[in-house]
Design a protein around this ligand. Structure first.
Ligand code: KG4
Ligand code: ZN
Length: 343
């Protein structure tokens, strides 16, 4: 089965072609980072217009690279939500109308389900069940993933998402958007131990996160400290370490709480090298297995949408024949009617 995946929920246009028998045939991504950089964040209207410009050429490129034609497609998966309404509509319109013309199913996928299942694209994928640390620009959650469509929320952020904290702190430090990679780069030249920032909720006894106080602590620190280049790097390093400490401690607490042995990292912040190193270190010392998708499959991409669509179709999910996108959409509510009934 050949599935075309289309991702347009925010500021990346992603297209991929996934073969159920042989895996990923090709994928392409266009990032709008430069377009939004001067505004310090994503401008929804500009995002929608740029998706319109990029989507069809990207799709042609993916088909050409994989030696396939539209006629070879068996299904089209697209991101139905959550995300920016206008941006989602671009992908949904193309997917649903193309599927209608080709007389194949179009399936609207939950963006976070794409992130959660992205590690299954790896040559050595995790088996179910596993705990997923889902850390993106809009979410910081720990999820128990029992199987496709069956997700249990273990912990969530009470305020800012981890990626949002990176982005806002980067702004405070005068860095560009997106903030995560910029902070990581700056932190590489930082000296550890010069500053001490809080580790919010580290010992709260639950699996929730809170990052807005950390951002405020950085703001206060910056106000009271003359900012030369080394100081900015030292603050960036301490901020990154604070986030990494909390994310990794809670991830392993989630493994203990659920009795699971497999931890999966998903979402853009999962591309952070310091986080990956710390999680790998902790996993080694407690015998847990950790699964980290390639950084390009941590951030938004079409491959994860193609995969989530394929897995849902294989488990009998019904296709969509409308353009109804869901800018706000709770993952746990998505479910999987055929398999999520109590056994
Ligand atoms: O998953 P994603 O690409 O898009 C959303 O669904 O939100 O995540 C984007 C977020 C941004 O906040 C970005 O700053 C963060 O992921 N990010 C990183 C890194 N790369 C991306 N944060 C820390 N370190 C990174 N290397
Ligand atoms: Zn995402």
């Amino acid at each position: 089965m050949l599935v075309l995946g289309i991702e347009t929920s925010c500021d990346e246009t992603g297209v991929a072609l996934l073969d159920s028998a042989t895996g990923l045939r090709a994928h392409a991504l266009y990032s709008q980072i430069d377009l939004h950089a001067e505004y310090g964040g994503v401008v929804p209207e500009l995002a929608s217009r740029d998706h319109i410009r990029r989507l069809v050429p990207l799709m042609r490129r993916v088909l050409q690279e994989s030696g396939a034609t539209l006629a070879d497609l068996d299904a089209i998966a697209f991101t139905r939500g959550p995300g920016l309404a206008g941006a989602l509509l671009v992908g949904a319109s193309l997917a649903v109308s193309l599927a209608y013309a080709l007389k194949i199913p179009a399936l609207g996928v939950h963006h976070l389900e794409g992130h959660l299942l992205a590690p299954l694209l790896d040559p050595e994928p995790p088996q179910f069940p596993f705990v997923a640390l889902l850390v993106s620009g809009g979410h910081s959650q720990l999820m128990a993933v029992e199987r496709v469509g069956q997700y249990r929320l273990l912990g969530d952020t009470l305020d800012d998402a981890a990626g949002e904290a990176f982005d806002k702190t980067a702004q405070l430090l005068g860095l560009g958007y997106p903030g995560g990679p910029a902070i990581a780069r700056l932190a590489a030249g930082g000296c550890a131990g010069r500053f001490k920032l809080p580790r919010p909720l580290l010992n709260s006894g639950d699996l929730n996160f809170s990052f807005s106080g950390l951002k405020t602590a950085v703001m206060t620190l910056i106000k009271n400290t003359p900012l030369d280049e080394q100081t900015r790097a030292d603050i960036a390093l301490e901020f990154q370490s604070a986030v990494v400490d909390v994310l990794s401690a809670k991830s392993f607490a989630a493994l203990t709480q659920t009795g699971m042995q497999r931890l999966v990292i998903a979402g853009g912040v999962g591309a952070n090298r310091a986080l990956r190193t710390e999680l790998a270190r902790r996993a080694e010392s407690c015998g847990a297995r950790i699964y980290m998708p390639r950084p390009e499959f941590c951030t938004d991409n079409g491959a994860m949408i193609a995969l989530a669509g394929l897995l849902r179709l294989q488990t009998g999910d019904k296709p969509n024949d409308d353009f109804d996108v869901k800018p706000r959409w709770d993952l746990v509510s998505v479910g999987m009617p055929e398999i999520s009934q109590p056994e």
